[in-house]
Design a protein around this ligand. Structure first.
Ligand code: MLT
Ligand code: MN
Ligand code: ZN
Length: 305
């Protein structure tokens, strides 16, 4: 299986249009060694021809231009995106669906029932898309049952409901229900290799930890370095945990978990918020990650399993 990181930033991207935090300002001025990043999305293929889009970012058109393999040009209207899967109903993971409205057919769309509910009520994006190409919704099971996606028969998917948070416009914001956010364990049936993907992981649970331990690579929530990062900067009143994101640093933080994975596991952070000091490649936090064998995903990164 091959994974292409289309966008490695959290909501807002990096730099964020209205942000002058040390990272965003430093990147614009060229005084911080960092890479610009678009918003959270990956694409996965088992055959190098058909690609599953995991999340549809507001930056999808830029991401498609930067990754020509998604435009194979076999017909007047064409795409290599064969199906779309959503990890949650957040703006940064769904708004790109609007930009994919010119599709000639209904999009095969995979998401959980609570995500479908949010996208037909709180943010009725799927209703609007119905006036264009429309979608064929397939329910992602959250009872631990493995599922397959048509055209991706070589890949076996298992969704894990995560403790995180629903979007601000969801009827269950701050009262999350199972399926608002999922992690995915994706297994290549041909070689048995597994990826664990969870861009929004708020709390480690036994089931999630077990899935991470079974993976050859984990691509997990790298939103914030500390819980109070946005508050300390005066950028927001929201803590990382209140938004459903486990911070990296400190006791019980993501790094303490990653350190306990088998030494052979590839550990990669994704969905990085623009305020996160790990974006500064000259900074002490980036050095700490390197020393711990933890990678920071970047746009265009490829993971081959
Ligand atoms: C999140 O992951 O918490 C959201 O994407 C934040 C946002 O888009 O505003
Ligand atoms: Mn997000
Ligand atoms: Zn910023």
């Amino acid at each position: 299986m091959r994974i292409h990181v289309l966008g490695s930033a959290a909501g807002g991207g990096f730099p964020q249009w209205n942000c002058n935090c040390p990272n965003c300002d430093g990147l614009r001025r060229g005084t911080v060694k960092a890479r610009a990043r678009t918003q959270s999305s990956i694409a996965i293929t088992g055959d190098n021809t058909r690609w599953l889009l995991c999340n549809a970012s507001p930056d999808i058109l830029t991401q498609l231009q930067r990754f020509p393999e998604l435009q194979p040009a076999r017909a007047l209207r064409d795409t290599a995106i064969t199906a779309i899967l959503l990890m949650d109903a957040q703006i940064d993971h769904t708004t790109g669906l609007y930009m994919l409205r010119e599709h000639r057919e209904r999009w095969p769309l995979w998401c959980t029932a609570p995500v479908h509910e949010d996208l037909t009520r709180g943010n009725p994006l799927l209703n609007l898309l119905g006036h264009y190409c429309g979608v064929d919704w397939n329910t992602i099971p959250i009872d631990g049952q493995a599922f397959t996606i048509a055209a991706f028969e070589g890949l076996r998917f298992t969704a894990l409901p995560l403790i995180s948070n629903a979007p601000p416009y969801s009827p269950h914001r701050d009262r999350p229900v199972a399926g608002d956010n999922i992690g995915l364990l994706i297994e290549d049936a041909n070689n048995g290799k597994r990826l664990f993907y969870a861009p929004g992981l708020g709390e480690m649970e036994a089931r999630v930890w077990d899935a991470m331990n079974r993976a050859d690579a984990v691509l997990v929530d790298g939103t914030c370095w500390t819980d109070t990062e946005l508050v300390d900067l005066g950028a927001s009143k929201k803590t990382a945990r209140s938004m459903g994101h486990l911070p990296q640093q400190g006791e019980g933080g993501m790094l303490s978990w990653l350190a306990q994975l088998p030494s052979s596991t590839r550990r990669i952070l994704i969905h990085i918020n623009n305020t996160n000091p790990i974006l500064d490649e000259d900074g002490p936090q980036y050095a700490e990650l390197r020393a711990a064998g933890v990678e920071v995903a970047y746009d265009g990164m490829e993971i081959i399993l």
